[in-house]
Design a protein around this ligand. Structure first.
Ligand code: UDP
Ligand code: MG
Length: 347
């Protein structure tokens, strides 16, 4: 297959996140025969979908004859729908079309909810997640790991701003948080049935998957890889969408930005007290003139800014609460074309 040649082989596994990847070898669990569900979220992937799904079918078929592919069309506005329908007619494929674009997190959730295998692999449709890594993921699953994920080992192609933003995001997310979200771990994952069930059972509606994977726990191993360039088409994530995803992640997984204001408030109050005492003493003892309207003006402006910022951050959290209390489902399914070999098996 031409597509297979373009993918770099996975580099050897290292225990990047010791707490997630136990260093001691696990007792080998007897796994049942593999029934693999491959979940592919697709948004405007007409340039890649056909070639990718065929390559995926081949890679999955090399692991087990018993597999299904679940393509979730996340409200594409191009020919993705037609291509997926055509593929469903000829491959063991379940095609799920969402009623509009709900975002990758929702598309993955829909895929996980409808996958029926005893292992589930989540993989992008643009060849950025190397199919060549599937055998190693499978081997780790057989060795007893419940979740195996790809970690981006090198962000070579990315701008300095994006790297800085990513660094800041993970720092904020993980500071003072008991559940650590491993940096640079994406959605390229092999999940055991139990992990998929756990993810499916989480009731939140706006879902930040990278956080949820870490939150559910289980025995997890990391596989570093360098993502190749997108095969065709263009990324759906611009800086604005990345920013709003980062906000969703922060407001879903950490209260650090809320708590930090108590500390800032305390420090400012202490400073104000000290400064007040100093001015009083200076006036009483040295008879210094009371000048200082510029200090006053600057102080008022600075702390109005700080207060507005803290209210803004509070607002983000209230917005998240508002989103959740509405209890709207994460997605709606417009069409479910089920050509999976397990279509008569209850989920
Ligand atoms: N995707 C999706 N819904 C969206 C955006 C993206 O299902 O709203 C899919 C997309 O088709 C691809 C995967 O998610 O299979 C990753 O998206 P993309 O390649 O655009 O993101 P990047 O790799 O640049 O982070
Ligand atoms: Mg991509």
């Amino acid at each position: 297959m031409a597509a297979m040649n373009e993918e770099p082989a996975a580099t050897p596994r290292v225990d990047w996140h010791a707490e997630y990847a136990p260093a001691a070898p696990l007792a080998s669990l007897p796994r049942p025969p593999l029934r693999l569900s491959c979940v592919v979220p697709a948004h405007n992937e007409e340039a890649n979908l056909e070639r990718f799904v065929r390559a995926l079918a081949q890679a999955a078929g090399a692991l087990t004859p018993d597999f299904e592919i679940v393509v979730v069309n996340d409200g594409s506005r191009d020919a993705t729908h037609t291509i997926a329908l055509r593929l469903a007619a000829e491959l063991p494929l379940r095609y799920i079309a969402l009623s509009r674009n709900f975002g990758k997190e929702a598309a993955l959730s829909a895929g996980i909810a409808h996958a029926r295998g005893n292992a589930i692999v989540l993989i992008d449709a643009d060849f950025q997640h190397p199919l060549a890594m599937l055998p190693e993921m499978c081997a780790l699953w057989r060795a007893g790991y419940d979740m195996v994920y790809g970690v981006i080992a090198d962000r070579v192609g990315e701008s300095g701003t994006k790297r800085l933003g990513t660094g800041l995001f993970y720092w904020l997310l993980n500071t003072g948080n008991r559940v650590k979200v491993p940096p640079n771990a994406g959605d390229f994952r092999w999940l055991d049935r139990r992990v998929a069930d756990a993810l499916d059972a989480l009731p939140e509606h706006r879902r930040f998957m990278k956080g949820l994977y870490a939150w559910v726990g289980f025995k997890t191993a990391a596989l570093p890889f360098v993502p190749p360039e997108r095969a065709g088409g263009s990324s759906s994530f611009n800086l604005r969408r990345l920013g709003s995803l980062a906000l969703l992640g922060l407001t879903s997984f950490t209260t650090f930005p809320l708590r930090v204001w108590s500390v800032i408030g305390g420090v400012v109050a202490l400073f104000a007290l000290g400064y007040g005492a100093w001015v009083t003493l200076d006036t009483l003892l040295n008879g210094a003139d009371l000048e200082g309207w510029p200090t006053l003006a600057v102080g008022i402006m600075l702390f109005s800014g700080v207060q507005l910022m803290s209210i803004g951050i509070l607002g983000e959290y209230i917005g998240r609460v508002y989103d959740e209390v509405k209890q709207r489902p994460s997605y709606f399914i417009a069409r479910d074309e089920d050509h999976s070999p397990w279509r008569d098996t209850p989920p």
